[in-house]
Design a protein around this ligand. Structure first.
Ligand SMILES: NC(=O)c1ccc[n+]([C@@H]2O[C@H](COP(=O)([O-])OP(=O)(O)OC[C@H]3O[C@@H](n4cnc5c(N)ncnc54)[C@H](OP(=O)(O)O)[C@@H]3O)[C@@H](O)[C@H]2O)c1
Length: 326
């Protein structure tokens, strides 16, 4: 396993972060395709054994059961002081008032609930899952600062939003002497490169570590365009991400397939190597529903694409409508 610093922090992370949205009780929450605890544990164990020390989950994943499964597994398979646990806040956890969002009240409630489910007294990275249009950013940022000062989180990060929103929040933290975001978890892969316009240059300029989600476009980059899997057929959120530019996207998938065939490696390795080659990226957040997915992700660290290969895979891309946040 390769290790790096997370953005401009001193925190050591593996160059792969294991995305734990895949692990959760299928009947809970809105991801019917997840693996239950029994099926999840061997993959989490394999990840630890392979040297992955960075794990990303969220309060909303499978209605909190992802955090529970991950917390129990990591306690058994690794040491708390070595592992880097990231979770998120913003999504709806309960119907009614104060059941979602980034108010001070919601953040204070949700960090304690996440810690209880994870079975730990701190998380390493506490991320806002989206921008909250209804809460003053100063309220959110001061609450996050207080979470850090209370020892419940080591660092804070943000996820998919407009670059101007992120820049405004970074500025407000500095102006008030509050803890600053150290990461941006955004949507970036060969089928969605809109973050190259504003977000990636902002993160480079500000020393923010980029940890992209769905680096394989939820599996679309790993197989023929028309092939499906159990997940792809029941992935409601995923179906909102890929509707608009099918012709160009299909050509990108074909270019990945061609280069993988030339190299004699699975397509997943090539597509992930493209994300890993971006200098702004600290670690992609990979999804693994089988141990072989971990093997390919690890192999991608050594693949090393040429400039020519990168250019061939990028050539068919056309601008996409913004997806993944509102
Ligand atoms: N911040 C956010 O808003 C946000 C949003 C989405 C995700 N995330 C984070 O990002 C993580 C990863 O998301 P993701 O699961 O969509 O990532 P992904 O890596 O783009 O997709 C993973 C899927 O690709 C397929 N796959 C992976 N490796 C493969 C291989 N070697 N060969 C063939 N197929 C392969 C599998 O699909 P099948 O299972 O269908 O075979 C797997 O479930 C999540 O767990 C979560 O932590 C965050």
């Amino acid at each position: 396993m390769d290790y790096t610093k997370l953005g401009s922090t001193g925190l050591d992370i593996s160059r792969l972060c294991l995305g734990c949205m895949t692990y959760g009780t299928p009947s809970r929450g809105n991801h019917a395709w997840t693996l239950d605890e029994e099926a999840s544990r061997p993959i989490l164990r394999r990840a630890v054994e392979a040297g992955i020390n960075f794990f990303d989950t969220a309060n909303v994943y499978s209605d909190g059961t992802s955090e529970e499964i991950v917390g129990r597994a990591l306690k058994e398979y690794t040491r708390r002081d070595e592992v880097v646990i990231a979770t998120k806040v913003h999504g709806r956890m309960r119907p009614g008032a104060n059941g979602a969002g980034l108010s001070r009240k919601a953040i204070m409630t949700e960090i304690d609930a996440s810690l209880a489910r994870l079975g730990t007294d701190y998380v390493d990275l506490y991320q806002i899952h989206r921008f909250d249009h209804e809460v003053p950013i100063e309220e959110t940022l001061e609450a996050l600062h207080d979470v850090v000062k209370a020892g419940k989180a080591r660092y804070i990060g943000a996820s998919s939003m407009y670059a101007w929103q992120f820049a405004t929040m970074l500025h407000a933290s500095e102006a008030n002497g509050w803890t600053r975001f150290v990461t941006m978890q955004d949507y970036l892969n060969l089928l969605y490169r809109e973050e190259e316009r504003e977000m990636l240059p902002l993160c480079a300029a500000e020393g923010i570590g980029v940890i992209p989600w769905s680096p394989l476009a939820r599996g679309r980059l790993t197989r023929n365009w028309d092939d499906t899997t159990e997940r792809s057929q029941t992935d409601e959120f995923g179906s909102t991400l890929y509707a608009h530019t099918a012709d160009a996207d299909r050509k990108v998938v074909e270019a990945v397939a061609t280069i993988a065939a030339e190299r004699g490696v699975p397509r997943a390795q090539v597509a992930l190597a493209w994300v890993l080659a971006k200098p702004e990226v600290s670690a992609p957040i990979i999804g693994a529903s089988k141990n072989t997915h971990l093997d390919d992700a690890i192999a991608a660290l050594e693949l090393g694409l040429t400039e020519g290969e990168i250019a061939r895979m990028e050539a068919p891309y056309v601008p996409h409508a913004i997806v993944g946040f509102s």
